[in-house]
Write a protein that binds this ligand. Structure first.
Ligand SMILES: [Fe+2]
Length: 393
């Protein structure tokens, strides 16, 4: 018997209207100066004001930081951490997608540490996170990243990505309110939704999967499979938004505890080298990676097929796992995401540099049920260029 290490955030509010819990939670921390980290687009459309206005009306000193970009580079993290140290804030609120929330938790923790963000990177850093940092509340406005319930902050480097990770990066409070996702445009709904689906699928087949993460992952897959297409087609579909919000949240908890693997490892260089959005990078690779590793986890793929709404009852495990890959391909196609790397204007000449960077993602690759070495990774990228799922020889 193996022992699973299971971690959850301390307090989560999840559901339509969950944002009503913000004021009482903020009051609990008695902050003198609050920093709200958010995406500039959310300020423009007035969404972040739903967080800041009630706080300002209650008399809190609230400062807005909007210098957040998608797939944030290391320098963006360095700037925000310096700003947070100088500003003497005592509560950080992250509002937005993965970038805003990742930066908010990074700033909250590194505000009480010395040195640069680069010193704390997983692959090349030399310093360790030692203190909990400032309290932090995370409020997602997309259904996808799961950042509100994970202990990880992802940063873009020159050609790839690295992370700062420690349990101190976990939110003190996460508020997951599907009302905040209603205005998310279809393309972002699709990309973030497939990201969430990928979290659940990769967590379910991970070598670190446990009964706890399995339950979270399968329920996440069910909710996402029944509602992602609807949420993309009609953003005002309340039930679809509620399902996606819950699905993304559960998938976040699942992958935080079981890990993601090959899809994310191969997706990072697409973001790093070609600035493809994280969700779209995962989406285009999902069928090819899962098709490649299928034979190492046929039983689990059959379970995923059922959670996706298929039926494995009259199929062998082998057939069901094959059908599962087809279902994953179908959902990516149905939400309108290109099916090949060429569809993102990535030239085949990038094959070697993509492979070289993906091989570095050892933390992620270690969770794959089929060990993925350099040749395997190259073959998967090739299949994603050609648009044909391939299997190991
Ligand atoms: Fe992801």
């Amino acid at each position: 018997m193996s022992v699973s290490r299971i971690v959850f955030t301390s307090l989560n509010y999840v559901g339509w209207g969950a944002l009503d819990n913000l004021l009482p939670e903020v009051e609990r921390f008695s902050p003198k100066k609050i920093l709200v980290v958010t995406d500039p687009a959310l300020e423009k459309i007035g969404l972040v004001q739903r967080v800041t206005d009630p706080l300002a009306q209650r008399g809190y000193d609230v400062q807005l930081y909007t210098d957040v970009v998608p797939e944030p580079p290391l320098e963006t993290g360095e700037k925000l951490v310096s700003f947070t140290r100088e500003g003497k804030f005592d509560l950080i609120i992250g509002v937005g997608g993965g970038s805003a929330m990742d930066l908010a938790k990074l700033a909250a923790v590194l505000a009480v540490h010395e040195g640069k963000v680069a010193d704390y990177l997983n692959l090349t850093g030399t310093k360790k996170v030692e203190k909990k940092g400032l309290p932090k509340i995370l409020i997602p406005t997309t259904s996808g990243t799961g950042s509100e319930v994970t202990n990880i902050s992802v940063l873009s480097l020159d050609t790839t990505k690295d992370v700062v990770t420690h349990d101190y990066l976990l939110a003190d409070v996460a508020i997951v309110d599907p009302q905040l996702t209603v205005s998310v445009p279809p393309r972002v709904t699709a990309a973030t939704g497939i990201d969430a689906l990928t979290h659940a699928v990769e967590a379910y087949v991970s070598v670190n999967a446990s009964p706890t993460s399995d339950g979270l992952a399968l329920q996440a897959i069910r909710l996402i499979a029944r509602s992602l297409r609807k949420a993309v087609e009609n953003g005002a579909d309340k039930q679809a938004r509620i399902d996606m919000s819950n699905g993304s949240y559960l998938a976040g908890l699942a992958f935080f505890n079981a890990g993601v693997a090959g899809v994310h490892a191969l997706a990072y260089p697409l973001g790093g080298q070609f600035h493809i959005a994280h969700g779209e990078s995962n989406a285009v690779l999902l069928p090819y990676v899962m098709g490649y590793i299928r034979k190492s986890c046929t039983k689990r793929m059959a379970d995923i097929l059922n959670a996706l709404g298929g039926n494995s009852s009259f199929l062998s495990e082998e057939e069901a796992s094959y059908k599962c890959v087809e279902e994953l391909e179908r959902i990516v196609r149905d939400v309108g995401i290109p099916r090949t790397l060429g569809g993102f204007n990535i030239p085949e000449s990038a094959l070697e540099s993509l492979t070289k960077d993906a091989v570095q993602q050892k933390r992620l690759l270690a969770r794959s049920p089929l060990p993925l070495l350099e040749d395997d990774i190259r073959t998967i990228y090739q299949s994603a260029f050609r648009g044909v799922v391939t299997e190991p020889k």
